[in-house]
Design a protein around this ligand. Structure first.
Ligand code: C2O
Length: 609
């Protein structure tokens, strides 16, 4: 049994009292259509990546050599190879529970065929005009199946926009009896081995995350698409084929997965159209307190937060978005995730990029039902794809990648490492052909035939308000200890420590929290503040908030993980308007399971670009 990759688990949220002003969300959740356009699929069997790896390395010359040194990568490393489907272990799916790795009673191996080919992207054609992708597509999502039959007459358009666009899905929703193609959920029943079926599609996520696949030529070493630079490209391809298959089954090649814009206050609720029992987009396995009529309907992007005031939650969310998209990342891999190559053991907490670890994970946690054994559906990787919301959530995650790429920054947003570009995955396309796709082909989403309808991104301007008067370091230091006295320590309580700076005042520096040792089976979170006089750890929309560390329980062989947390301070120094001080006071606040984490030390170093 494979036993070495991470899984995803959730905290049990304590329902907080209903806030009477919020019994019915006044800001309706909105989703926006992810736009796509007509395309053609063709397969080729030209047998491979074509480019000689050695030539590639030579071509990149000195640049490649330099990054090689910096990352300290193994000389013999190679891209992650696509899984060998014939080797998929049907009993290999596991998750973490109560400190143990437990087998899941689920076979998420795909049907196997040995006929494979490289996938060729369709040629680019003109996108549909704005406004055409209507949410009525979303309302049905055309999963079909058991619930659709009883509800055909009641399908309601929530925010339809048909008059402005071309084809919409409405014509398909009214004629279920006459449809020639089966719907996705129908296939689960009529042909469970059809790779286009809904359950088969959901299983893709389980197979790539919960252990059934080993890395080719590395028996026992799991293939894992989370916590690394594979995160965005893998999920982009996953959605791509899901979208094309769904479009083909409903005979609408323009079908587009709508995105759930949880990054906007108007979208910080569970989209209502997913919440009607008996409709295809419904899933009973969600946190009941988070449905629109639940006790706690506002999305929180801060895992473990106990804030109940919706205004504060939304402000925290926007700050979180600003930080993970703009404020925190100082390199492409900071945002995308760390390198992960052939033969590498899957990374733990420190491998994922700011977006994956931040809003992405938070939404999984927020939607999944903590009353279920493994927080199904969204709260565990193996089951997340069973919730139709997953696809709309990940459309927005993918949109974040596109937005981040366009935000000007003082670092390059490209990862040119061949081991990244040549990493590959296997999918079934809409014609049930098994195809191989690469990361390189997923970098330009417009080439893949879709784009995103624009919507507001208020977080882009949500940098925390700058302090006018710097904190008084002298009085802050009175309640703090020195590094030497305090560390190492177990994080049972909030601690304050005086940390020397290499340069005075507003320098380009990084805080490093070193040798963080965590219990892998526990959800762990702590927050970090700099020169904080207010001590309100629940309010993360303040200049003093430097960031947080979140570890989801995950499965690795070792019981503990060790890693460092690096937080860039340049912008924070400006925000707190730091004086020409030679040190700062760092506050570390345990938020979840502080007793399961020990910290070796804390230091501030000049930032390594
Ligand atoms: Cu593959 Cu949102 O996880």
């Amino acid at each position: 049994m494979a036993s070495l990759q991470s899984s995803f688990t959730v905290l049990a949220t304590t329902p907080t009292p209903r806030n009477s002003s919020l019994s019915k969300p006044s800001l309706l959740p909105t989703t926006n259509a992810r736009r796509s356009h007509r395309f053609r699929v063709s397969c080729s069997s030209n047998g491979g990546g074509g480019v000689d790896r050695r030539n590639m390395l030579l071509g990149l010359g000195g640049l490649y050599g330099a990054s090689n040194l910096i990352s300290g990568r193994k000389a013999n490393a190679d891209p992650i190879l696509p899984p060998d489907l014939s080797q998929c272990d049907p009993t290999g799916a596991t998750t973490t529970s109560g400190g143990q790795t437990v087998s899941l009673d689920v076979d998420c191996c795909p049907p196997y065929t040995d006929i494979q080919s490289d996938y060729k992207l369709p040629s680019f054609t003109t996108p549909r005009p704005s406004g055409g992708g209507s949410s009525s597509e979303m309302q049905n999502l055309e999963f079909g199946g058991e619930s659709a039959g009883t509800d055909t007459d009641e399908d309601v358009v929530i925010t339809g926009n048909q008059e402005e666009g071309g084809a919409t899905s409405s014509q398909h929703t009214q004629n279920t009896g006459e449809q020639e193609s089966p719907r996705m959920r129908d296939l689960d029943v009529t042909d469970p081995d059809d790779p286009r079926g809904f359950t088969q599609q959901a299983n893709i996520h389980c197979a790539y995350c919960n252990g059934p696949y080993d890395q080719p030529d590395h028996p026992g070493l799991d293939l894992q698409v989370h916590n690394s630079w594979l995160f965005f490209p893998f999920h982009r391809w996953y959605l791509y084929f899901f979208e094309r298959i769904l479009g083909s089954l409903i005979d609408d090649p323009t079908f587009a997965i709508p995105y759930w814009n949880w990054d906007n206050p108007r979208g910080m609720f569970m989209p209502e159209m997913f919440t009607f029992p008996g409709t295809p987009a419904y899933d009973a396995n969600r946190d009941p307190s988070h449905i629109p009529t639940g006790t706690n309907p506002v999305v929180t992007l801060n895992v473990g937060s106990t804030v109940t005031d919706p205004v504060q939650i939304i402000s925290n969310n926007l700050t979180q978005m600003y930080n993970e998209m703009i404020g925190t990342p100082a390199s492409a891999t900071d945002f995308m995730g760390q390198p992960y190559r052939d033969g590498d053991a899957p990374h733990g907490f420190s491998g994922g990029g700011t977006s994956e670890q931040g809003s992405h994970t938070a939404i999984h946690v927020w939607v999944g039902d903590p009353n279920n054994e493994y927080n199904e559906d969204m709260g565990n990787f193996y089951s997340a794809g069973r919730d139709p919301l997953f696809y709309c959530h990940h459309a927005n995650v993918d949109r974040m990648w596109t937005l981040w790429k366009d935000i000007p920054a003082d670092y390059s947003k490209e990862i040119t490492d061949p081991d990244f570009l040549k990493s590959a995955f296997m999918f079934y396309d809409k014609n049930k052909n098994l195809v191989r796709v690469t990361v390189a082909d997923a970098l330009d989403y417009k080439r893949m035939g879709y784009e995103y309808e624009p919507s507001n991104t208020p977080w882009m301007n949500y940098r925390p308000q700058q302090r006018l008067v710097p904190a008084n370091l002298e009085s802050l230091s009175k309640t703090a200890q020195t590094v030497a006295k305090l560390f190492p320590l177990t994080l049972n309580n909030t601690v304050k420590v005086i940390v020397p700076k290499p340069a005075t005042g507003k320098a380009d520096e990084t805080l490093v929290i070193e040798n963080i040792v965590t219990d892998n089976t526990k959800l762990v979170k702590f927050g970090v503040f700099i020169n904080d006089e207010d001590d309100k750890p629940e309010e993360v929309d303040r200049a003093e908030y430097a960031g947080s560390f979140t570890q989801l329980p995950h499965r690795v062989k070792a019981k503990q993980s060790t890693g460092n947390l690096r937080l860039n301070l340049k912008e924070l120094y400006e925000n707190i308007n730091i004086a020409d001080d030679k040190s700062v006071v760092v506050t570390i606040v345990p938020i979840i399971n502080g007793s399961a984490v020990t910290i070796g030390s804390v230091k501030i170093v000049p930032r390594v670009a």
